[in-house]
Design a protein around this ligand. Structure first.
Ligand SMILES: [Mg+2]
Length: 364
């Protein structure tokens, strides 16, 4: 067995309306995909990054993968990491490594004709999700429509909205939107994500306020995720669960975060942290601290690996990625009773690109 082809591609896909969180505004999402072939079998991986990740992958990672044995993914993952030493591993390099790692696991499980979850070993049959969107750019009608769809149409019992608008400069509107969300979702669990917009004391004041008025249960990145002490401070002063980890590109990042007592739940992203290989190790590191892990975004990529670990909390069913994975892929999972159920009738992660619908969006 040897890999005989590695193909990278990038697609920029406009959002359905203008989007922003507390600290960033965007109008498109770039999908970077890699296909790894061995004879007649192809594995597919992807990440959400910049098109430059595809060039980086083609230049630095493809030579490592060509002619390699697809049954040696842990070794190939390490070889890719070592090759990126002088490039700076966090960011684009880690995103490209993650996509390649995912493609390798997908290829191997398709060769064995197994669903990925059975290759990893199944802990659970379905994976709880939470609806994620509620952008700060939405008006009340749009927020209401989205939350109502998740909770009342799709039976998802937990949802998250973005707060921290304008770097924490619009706290009255943040609280009004939290009140609106509570009215729309009834008894469902309410989460908020500030994307690091607030200062420490501001975050503590808001945490107390949102617990009192709307029973908010999850406060994601109340302060910058680089401020491990600040996260720990908010965590210690509130009954809310504090969560962070989406910018983790190495295993050591997560070890430092849990070692500092910064979070109640670690969010790791298979498309950034080093693929399935590293995500599973993050779950173990977190478990050793008696904490849970949540899969950040890319719900169809997290479904199988999330079903393989005992300390899973849930997977983030992010609006942008749900939309892309449903519109431009074949095989996307639909929520069932607040969960994703990995399709064990298909091998690998069960997803393939719809090249025809993506062609118009190709940028690399
Ligand atoms: Mg977040």
């Amino acid at each position: 067995m040897a890999i005989d082809s590695v193909q990278w591609s990038a697609y920029r896909i406009p959002t359905d309306r203008p989007e922003a969180d507390g600290t960033l505004t965007w109008d498109s999402t770039t999908l970077v995909a890699v296909s790894v072939r061995d004879g007649g079998v192809t594995g597919l991986g992807w990440t959400y990054a910049a098109a430059a990740a595809a060039s980086l992958g083609a230049e630095e990672l493809s030579p490592i993968l060509l002619d390699a044995d697809p049954a040696t993914t842990p070794r190939l993952n390490e070889a890719m990491v070592r090759a990126c030493r002088n490039l700076g591993r966090p960011g684009l390099a880690a995103a490209a490594i993650s996509a390649a790692d995912i493609a390798l696991w997908d290829l191997r499980s398709r060769q064995l004709d197994l669903p990925l979850v059975d290759l990893f070993g199944r802990y659970r049959d379905d994976v709880p999700i939470y609806g994620s969107g509620g952008f700060t750019t939405y008006d009340d009608a749009t927020t209401t429509e989205q939350l109502d769809k998740w909770v009342n149409e799709w039976d998802i019992p937990r949802v998250k909205i973005k707060i921290g608008e304008s770097w924490g400069g619009q706290t009255k509107r943040d609280l009004a939107r939290i009140d609106l969300a509570r009215r729309v979702i009834g008894d469902a669990e309410l989460y908020v994500d500030a994307n690091g917009a607030y200062g420490r004391k501001q975050a503590r004041r808001l945490a107390a306020e949102m617990v009192d008025r709307a029973d908010v249960r999850w406060f994601e990145e109340p302060v910058s995720s680089d401020d491990l002490e600040g996260l720990a401070d908010v965590r210690a002063s509130s009954t809310l669960d504090v969560a962070a980890g989406e910018y983790g590109y190495t295993l050591g990042y997560f070890a430092r975060m849990v070692g500092a007592g910064s979070v109640d739940c670690v969010q790791a992203d298979v498309t950034r942290c080093g693929g399935f290989t590293v995500w599973r190790r993050v779950a173990d590191v977190v478990d050793a601290h008696h904490l849970q892990i949540s899969g950040h975004c890319a719900p169809n990529l997290h479904a199988h690996v999330a079903a393989s670990v005992p300390n899973l909390r849930h997977v983030e069913y992010f609006h942008d990625h749900h939309r892309i994975e449903t519109a431009f892929f074949e095989g996307a999972l639909s929520p069932q009773g607040g969960a994703l159920v990995p399709d064990r009738g298909r091998s690998g992660h069960g997803m393939s690109l719809d090249e025809a619908s993506l062609a118009a969006h190709r940028v690399g």
